[in-house]
Design a binder for this molecule. Sequence first.
Ligand code: FES
Ligand SMILES: [Fe+2]
Length: 357
Amino acid sequence: MDAPRSLNAGTTPTGPRLADAWYVLALGRELRARPLARMLHGQPVVLFRDRDGRPAALLDRCAHRNVPLSLGRLEGGELECAYHGWRFDSRGCATRIPSLCAAHPERSLVPSLATRERDGLVWVYATPGAEPTHEPHALAKLGSEYGEVTRVVEAEGSLQAALENALDVPHTAFLHRGLFRGAGRTNRIRAVVTRAADRVVTEYLGEPRPEGLAGRLLSPSGGLVTHHDRFLLPSIAEVEYRIGDENHVLVTAMGTPVDDARTRLFAVVRFRTRFPRALVRLVLEPVAMRIFAQDAVMLAHQAEAARRFGGEHYMSTELDLMGPQIARLLRRAELGKARVGDATPDAEFRREIELEV
Ligand code: FES
Ligand SMILES: [Fe+2]
């Protein structure tokens, strides 16, 4: 095995917190008749639909005696606390206090978070009480000929570790050997990394159709793959494959930091192949879930080791194309040096390597 050509070592603190960011907290269809308890950056949040059917988000703590509001129930688009029955609207204002004869306070008593619903996802702005400076990420528009599957998975692991995992090519031929890559002979391919103020993109050139089960199903006749991996602030990992003119797969995974050591991924998979959608789903879904299960085990071990050693420690080679770039962007965003949605190209930056997969 060749010695690594470039090394860097150091420690990185876990859990960058971006105040000016949207995260997906739920699927639209999850907001029904009962309040939904979720976590964002270790902070409990309760989600519900207001009287107009729009999603609302409040910190999950009753202003009166701290009881989680998610234990309560919904009454006409308002949230009723399970303890004394105080009711709150989507702004966190009390609308009713049972047994109180005097007027109740008019101002907001429970901090609220801005919400948006688009593409079947419920986005929540990270900072309670703040006016968002931008809109959440919109999924690329694709035609009606595409099949679509949305899956929500949770992994023990920091947001940074989970996003790197989603965009890390070298482990696919090793950890997932035979499922995707690594089933046949290895191929030497080229990777080109470019970046903009809010994103980093790797393009893989010259990769033959992967020999694993998933690749064979997508394109039985083989062919050359056009493959892009993208990370976009604050937490979007996108993997795109094209094989020939017919086959196109776009996976958009939106990461939500549940807390410093736990990440939820909302993955929207869209695909176009010459096979019927139902067949592709039937065959590929178990393979995809098997791949994710292997990743989840590794992420949990990684997080546990970081805990035991009191922090993360990284040594990267030039093969680690995305991880250091993701860490850099998250750090810059945390410091206010990178802004979500600023796609100004970084013309000075271009990295090109060869790798074997
Ligand atoms: S604790 Fe919520 S109404 Fe008293
Ligand atoms: Fe993986």
